[in-house]
Write a protein that binds this ligand. Sequence first.
Ligand code: FES
Ligand SMILES: [Fe+2]
Length: 447
Amino acid sequence: MNDITRIGNEPFGGYYKPKDRPVDDELSRVGPGTPCGEYLRRFWHPVMMSERIGDRPLLLRVLGEDLVLFRDLSGDVGLVHKHCSHRGMSLEFGIVGKHGIRCAYHGWCFASSGQIMETPGESPRSVLKERIFHGAYPAVEYKGLVFAYFGPPETKPAFPRLDMMELSDNEMVPWQIHSPCNWLQVSENSMDPYHTPFLHTRMSGVQFEEAWGELPVVDFHERDLGYFYTNARRSGDNIWVRIHDHLLPNFSQNGALYERGEVVRYFGRSSLTRWVTPIDDTNTYVIAWRNLNAMDDPDRRARRDEIGWESVDFYGQSAHRPDPQRLSNPGDWDAWVGQGPINSHAREHLGGTDQGVRLLRNALRKGIRDLQRGIEPVRPEGSSGGPVPTFAGDTIVRVPRGTGDDRKLILETSRRVAEAYVNHQHLPDAERRAAITRDLEPLNVVA
Ligand code: FES
Ligand SMILES: [Fe+2]
């Protein structure tokens, strides 16, 4: 009992454990003026599925701000502050016009840019509408999702242009699901490949494929926009290398959902193109596309009719399961929501398998602190030369177990795969695929 370092670290020592759960404000707070909120406001984020915008303005909360999203009669989307600039009535009651929205209280009319078009009750000589702007954010619709930029207009990046968004023969189906918890714990799940053998396979039954039950050999690679990592396993005589993307701050892509590593193939692409958009400090949306294509899902196991609002066609992603089922067989949603409204980093005990979580937190902290010093983050803008290359997907090569350390062989193989992906990342898709295949085919050991 005299050894202070042991207090609480002995059997039945719960009494001595700290009971508070201090919050890591720097990474968790997303509201206006907070360090993380400012950083997040330097990026485009998806905010809503297009199909949710009906005839009426839609109330929305993003990054701790109350907003109204609408489609005007010319078909353009507008995203403006909820409370009218005149005397604060909610614009959810507004009347949508040809260009913009009109407040129901005294008829002020706002363009989507926030420009005040009319103040009908005021004298014709009034200059009120020339003097002020209503709060508004640029919003863009792309493949069924509305994206918005919440930062200073002068630092607005180009709309993100990622290779997956321009792939041929790939159907991108939007989906969106709410989680009542902080954004970071949802986002960190994608940098934690070690939960897959446990949560999804060994703990309460196989949720995806039995092959996911093997502890992967994981290797992280840094890039200017964030990270990608290889997540490799043995599957019989094959080595199955699965790659995930994580672009800062909140974007991720993973491999095929129903892969088992049984058939040799090269450069499969991502089944999910996904953002984690903070609603406020304790609520989050996953807003994403499910990528449907014949190559990554040859057996056509995807269930298109289950992909959409508050629903997606793979295990454990929402609250909408009966409690007994959720409690006995929890999924990703239960894992991140179960960490509490805001997880306390001070009460965690990170181990070797938490490398991805550490990397992500450190990178976010650096981005946040750089911005405070005036250094703007790198954003995934793409260029006229092409979209931003991403890597997520699966490669499977035939490399039977040798006489040496198999995990070392798996790591070496995954590094060869990563090298081929990086070396050819700037080629157009068909040439890229051909070049990667050419590089990786020799890895196969012929029986
Ligand atoms: S409160 Fe909106 S026009 Fe008066
Ligand atoms: Fe998961």
